[in-house]
Design a protein around this ligand. Structure first.
Ligand code: TPP
Ligand code: MG
Length: 1038
């Protein structure tokens, strides 16, 4: 049902407003008070002196009286006061008595009339009522705006009209309006009645409906409020806690006549609608049985996006990064980003062969990067659409992160040059929690992109689900209210209203640098995809949709009727675009090969050779000179600014660090410092983000020092290392994993010359970011030929802390590695280790020494390509006295050790060794302690696998061959169905051509990652150590 409502069109008498206009033109604008003005609407017959010829004079008197009641003759003063106080016609005028006997009494009589208390009270009440009414429209007007092009659903899921708005539910029905007014007045909400409609009220400063006028009759006030808030645009903004921002929005929507378009703008809009509509029709004609998730029903999206981009370009933006779901994606690629049409069309050819390595992705997930001239502003603009998975809204934080990085690298500290636009579906925007997480990044200093423009394709359905079953909030956009983002709902069948809100949204962003939402209330002409039958579930809606005239046709008819275009011009525009499509279609048939790299959203110019290959297939030494190590160590153990008081406990930590530097050793924190500090020297930007990373969850890092005497005074010694170093960013994130990991992944996409790390508070928390891991990090390169060097630091280790906080779930990462467990690669291949890294989907390591941690971090950047790196990081080892590395392990010529072989007595006499134990990570220290205690150093060799994936087949084969008489066992502290066993065992067996068994020493399978009982934990640990060193235990199984 339509919410056709308003009153004034029928009720408005022009005389009152014209009169007031004349008044106000003569009045200084500043004279806005809450003073009541009762317009002298009394019939002329009742006030004989008010003849037509005297009206100008009366107006002048009235204006003068408004400014200063004493400036007019007392009789006028009394007249105007009485009129405004509600004196009935014919009684307002009191002729002044001659100043003779009795005159004082007469004055007193007049005075008493003026000051009649009930009238003054009414006067104040009426003004307050009008003010409340204005405010009610500003707050709730959007609830009655005509937003649904189908006229069947209420965009806010509520058909009632708010109790404090006078709108009738049917604009044309005067009786309904009167009834509503009566309900609100007679003993009702405002205490106003119909006769008040012609009274003139001063407008408060919190409204702009007056334009140049500072007072209006109530009838006109209501009409203008209806025009501003209850037509095709619903503005939701009164929750914003900033007066200036509210005033800005009011001014943009209330100012009379503000929504004006030139004929040229209208023609451009029509041409853009032609492209949008005809593109979908073309695809439908050519590939009627292919899924494309067309835009039909929201064709206005294309001109909407182009308007946002035009306006932003005009305001200085030269790079727009976009993220969007399936709906209308091909159309956006074709008509907003301007991807060559033949490249899009050839994606429909299933016989094309893929030219690039990788498994590719469906056409409506691929990304794009394109630099071109914006024809409207004549300025260069780069547009990038980020590739995305099916998982709705998952790309939101990725787009934000990439935007932040692009801003960072071009020094755009205020977001004036680079911006993001995010598109959403209505169901996904309301339903997916990542939307909320992403909004909460929008204003954080290290995460803000200075405003994202969000556009919701609100087709009032999600697949088959009605919005009333899909959300509990009135609008799908309510989530944006948490960050005070204004929300502009708009009926997408009114293309000019859509253009207007898009312009305002872009201006909002460039003025306030904050998020804003455009909610395009539209419909979906077809099913969820073109093969889908919508009538199964939405019969009535789709009956209405079948009747719905397409927006292009409606708008074309409007412009033809206005004489802005004529019919032949319109038809010419259509056939011109159809021809473009046909020609591109013909060209697309020549394409024989599908190049996924043509769909790259983030090229890295100069990093690869011209044909996209790494510049070498080797990695230099990751070691550093003693001088560099010492210098970094000294800065890491000092406070590099004057008069800065740090906490006493921290002084002790820094002192210990200083002693380690003197002793040429590093612990975990210092090794990380060395890696970061040295890369900064080489111009590599480093960004470490995650919950509490600045200090470190385990209080070991302390990268940000806090002055104990001056609030918020901090110092980051890492930024005081070298004169021309790259900047170091370390930032505590919001308490989000999905959002923040997605953000950092996006940040890492922008440049290969940055080390971007995300640290989980505890490794197991990564599972709330699983979507980013599963959909982007693990398969990203295979799907989108896009490399990414993000590093995940996941604290891991079974330390008796219970089922939570123990396991970073290594089994999950290992299960997703793409190396074949059953095929032994060619170990003699030159640069075997680098080739292996090049071929893998990600690198998984668990370092047992700080030195190796240092090397793997540096290797991440010194490699000639980029791969995600998953590091299981320690907790207790951070402070373990044996978990130290000497500078000697970090000097020039040293490397990351994929495997750390046994180097004790067992290695001296390998043929005496009875058992070769393989392990990874912290359990190594438990094993060596136990071996020593059992005096078995010559019988059991312990080899550490530091790089789990890609699996170091070559080095492990050497280890096995070195101990010909040893049985092989894998030892882990994790439960058998978890940890590394299932990954390592088949690969070890392949390494030795299945010549021997690989035994297991570790915890039994379990549902939970760890016991909650400390004693049980210790018992389990002892049992696994017993198994590891009982040389007879596997005999029975042979
Ligand atoms: C995270 C996630 N869950 C479920 C789906 C399956 N799915 C694909 S489209 C869709 C409906 C989306 O509705 P809406 O967001 O309104 O977009 P529309 O298709 O209407 O444009 C669903 C549930 C998905 N792609 N992603
Ligand atoms: Mg939808």
């Amino acid at each position: 049902m339509f919410h056709l409502r308003t009153c004034a069109a029928k009720l408005r008498p022009l005389t009152a407003s014209q009169t007031v206009k004349t008044f106000s033109q003569n009045r200084p604008a500043a004279a806005r008070t809450f003073q009541q003005i009762r317009c002298y609407s009394a019939p002329v017959a009742a006030e004989p002196f008010l003849s037509g010829t005297s009206s100008n004079y009366v107006e002048e008197m009235y204006c003068a009286w408004l400014e200063n009641p004493k400036s007019v003759h007392k009789s006028w003063d009394i007249f105007f006061r009485n009129t405004n106080a509600g004196a009935p016609p014919g009684t307002a005028y009191q002729s002044p008595l001659p100043l003779s006997r009795g005159s004082l009494a007469a004055v007193a009589h007049a005075q008493s009339l003026v000051e009649a208390q009930p009238n003054v009270d009414k006067l104040v009440e009426d003004h307050l009522a009008v003010q409340s009414l204005i405010r009610a429209y500003q707050i709730r007007g959007h609830h009655v705006a005509q937003l649904d092009p189908l006229g069947i659903l209420d965009a806010d899921l509520d058909s009632s009209v708010p109790a404090d708005i006078i709108s009738s539910t049917d604009k044309l029905d005067l009786a309904v309006f009167k009834e509503r007014l009566r309900m609100l007045t007679v003993g009702g909400f405002y205490g106003l009645d119909e006769s008040d409609l012609d009274k003139v009220f001063h407008l408060p400063t919190t409204t702009f409906i007056g334009g140049q006028e500072s007072a209006l009759p109530l009838r006109e006030i209501i009409r203008r409020l209806e025009m501003a808030y209850c037509q095709h645009i619903g503005v939701e903004f009164m929750f914003i806690n900033d007066l200036e921002q509210c005033q800005w929005i009011r001014q943009k929507f209330e100012t009379p006549g503000i929504m004006q378009f030139t004929n040229e703008e209208k023609r451009t809009l029509l041409a853009r609608l032609v492209r949008s509509t005809r593109f979908e029709e073309f695809l439908q004609r050519k590939w009627s049985s292919e899924k494309r998730f067309g835009l039909e029903g929201c064709e206005v999206l294309i001109p909407a996006l182009k308007t946002i981009i035009d306006k932003s370009s005009e305001n200085g933006v030269d790079y727009v990064i976009m993220g969007m779901p399936h709906r209308g994606r091909l159309n956006v690629l074709a008509n907003v980003i301007r991807k060559e049409l033949e490249q899009i069309f050839c994606q429909f050819d299933s016989k094309l062969e893929a030219a690039d390595e990788g498994s590719g992705d469906v056409k409506y997930h691929l990304g794009m990067y394109h630099r071109r001239i914006n024809r409207v502003t004549d300025r260069n603009i780069t547009l990038s659409l980020v590739a995305n998975p099916s998982h709705l809204e998952a790309a939101d934080p990725v787009v934000m992160g990439k935007t932040k990085a692009e801003q960072f690298y071009c020094g755009d500290t205020e977001g004036k040059k680079v911006m993001s636009i995010l598109l959403h579906g209505d169901a996904a925007f309301a339903g997916q929690g990542i939307v909320y997480e992403t909004f909460h990044l929008s204003d954080l200093p290290s995460y803000t992109t200075h405003g994202t423009v969000h556009v919701v394709v609100n087709n009032q359905i999600g697949f088959t689900t009605d919005p009333r079953m899909a959300r509990s909030s009135p609008y799908p956009t309510d989530v944006a209210r948490v960050v005070n983002a204004p929300i502009f709902h708009v009926n997408s069948d009114d293309p000019e209203a859509v253009m207007y809100v898009c312009k305002v949204a872009a201006e909002w962003r460039s003025t306030f640098h904050k998020d804003v939402v455009v909610d395009l209330v539209c419909y979906r002409r077809n099913g969820h995809n073109e093969m889908d039958e919508p009538m199964f579930t939405q019969p009535l809606m789709y009956k209405q949709i079948r009747k719905q005239k397409p927006v292009l046709q409606k708008y074309a008819e409007l412009l033809v009727s206005q004489g802005v275009v004529n019919q032949p011009e319109y038809e010419e525009e259509i056939s011109k675009y159809d021809k473009i499509c046909e020609e591109a279609f013909a060209r697309s048939k020549d394409e024989k090969i599908l190049h996924i790299k043509h769909w790259l959203d983030s090229p890295w110019p100069g990093f690869f050779t011209l044909d996209g290959q790494p510049r070498s297939m080797s990695c230099p030494s990751t070691g550093l000179t003693e001088d560099i190590l010492t210098h970094i160590g000294n800065v890491a153990s000092s406070v590099p600014v004057e008069n800065f008081t740090i906490h006493g406990g921290l002084s002790r930590i820094l002192k210990t660090r200083g002693e380690m530097v003197k002793n040429r050793t590093v612990d975990w924190a210092l090794a990380e410092y060395m890696a970061f500090g040295s890369l900064l020297k080489e111009g590599i930007h480093i960004r470490l983000s995650g919950q509490d990373v600045e200090r470190g969850t385990f209080s070991h890092r302390h990268h940000v020092l806090h002055d104990q005497n001056v609030d918020k005074r901090t110092c980051i010694p890492m930024n005081h290392l070298w004169p021309n170093q790259a900047p170091y960013t370390v930032c505590n994130s919001s308490l989000s994993e999905y959002g923040v990991l997605g953000f950092e992944l996006g940040f890492a996409m922008a440049s290969p010359n940055a080390l971007v790390l995300w640290e989980a508070q505890f490794g197991d928390f990564h599972n709330t970011a699983q979507c980013i891991i599963d959909q982007f990090i693990c398969p990203g390169q295979a799907k989108w030929v896009r490399q990414n060097g993000i590093v995940l630091l996941l604290p891991h280790g079974m330390e008796g802390m219970g089922p939570e906080h123990s396991s970073a779930r290594p089994e999950r990462f290992l299960q997703m590695c793409n190396d074949d467990p059953d095929v032994l690669p060619d170990l003699k291949e030159a640069n075997f280790d680098i080739n292996q890294l090049y071929d893998c989907n990600w690198v998984v390591v668990n370092c047992s020494t700080p030195g190796n941690f240092f090397h793997v971090l540096r290797r991440q950047i010194l490699l000639p390509f980029r791969k995600p790196l998953i590091i299981f990081t320690p907790k207790s080892l951070l402070r373990h006295p044996e978990a130290r590395s000497s500078f000697d392990e970090m000097l020039p010529g040293t490397h990351f050790q994929r495997v750390i072989p046994e180097d004790g007595p067992a290695a001296q006499n390998p043929e005496n060794v009875k058992r070769l134990l393989f392990c990874t990570g912290k359990v190594y220290y438990d094993l060596t302690r136990e071996r020593k205690a059992r005096d078995m150093v010559g019988q059991v060799a312990i080899t550490r696998i530091e790089q789990l994936s890609p699996f170091p087949f070559d080095l492990l084969l050497k280890e096995v061959q070195k101990y010909p008489n040893a049985e092989l066992a894998w030892c882990q502290e994790e439960h058998k169905n978890q940890g590394y066993y299932d990954y390592v065992k088949p690969r070890l067996r392949t390494t030795i051509s299945r010549a021997k068994p690989v035994w297991y020493a570790g915890r039994d399978p379990a549902a939970a990652p760890a016991t909650g009982n400390k004693k049980t934990h210790l018992t389990e640990l002892q049992r696994l150590l017993d198994t590891a060193f009982d040389l007879d235990i596997f005999k029975n199984f042979s």
